[in-house]
Design a binder for this molecule. Structure first.
Ligand code: FE2
Ligand code: FE2
Length: 189
């Protein structure tokens, strides 16, 4: 195990994937049958698998699973409130997904990353790319109903909230997140 910061970050990923799976699972259950529900079902099952990949990865590298109180998703939802319609759900999901893949990319560029962690990151990022793609396509399909301008404005509103919440998370956990910044030589947000 490289250090405590990495262990904490992997546990944060695990917790966030569980939160994501539960969130998207509830959405899939409440949606009317159709192509969006179909893809959302695959999506929440992917997130559940990601939680399992991190759990198994933690064991493989000899690290402990720890309780992390609040996942980013929960803080984010508390900040923006629940989405009011399927378009808002998808715009919010797109912001989640871009945040997650950015974080995983940053981590995978860290030259000291454990091979098992790198393998897990690569495996998960493949799924996350599909998540971004299907949501993009679904939002496009909703343009006749909601209008491209409103969809863009909604995405921007959620994106700005993400920047604020993520910035707050980073400042609260500055020392731990520094692990990624220093070694990847890049920005976190
Ligand atoms: Fe995921
Ligand atoms: Fe995802």
């Amino acid at each position: 195990m490289s250090d405590d910061s990495e262990q904490w970050i992997l546990n944060l990923y695990r917790t966030s994937e569980i939160a994501g799976s539960l969130f998207f699972g509830r959405l899939a259950r409440s949606m009317k049958p159709g192509p969006i529900q179909y893809d959302m079902t695959k999506h929440f099952s992917d997130e559940a698998m990601h939680a399992w990949y991190w759990t198994s990865c933690l064991q493989e590298i000899g690290a402990e699973t720890m309780s992390i109180k609040e996942a980013y998703q929960e803080q984010y939802l508390a900040a923006v409130g629940l989405p009011a319609n399927v378009m808002e759900v998808l715009a919010l999901t797109q912001v989640f997904e871009k945040r997650v893949i950015h974080q995983y990319q940053l981590h995978s560029h860290n030259p000291t990353v454990h091979p098992a962690v790198q393998r897990t990151l690569v495996m998960i990022m493949k799924d996350e790319k599909w998540h971004i793609k299907w949501i993009h396509d679904a939002l496009k399909s909703l343009e006749p109903e909601y209008g491209a301008d409103l969809i863009h404005a909604t995405f921007t509103r959620y994106w700005e909230a993400d920047q604020t919440v993520y910035g707050k998370t980073i400042s609260e956990h500055a020392e731990r997140v520094q692990y990624l910044v220093e070694r990847a030589g890049g920005r976190v947000a």
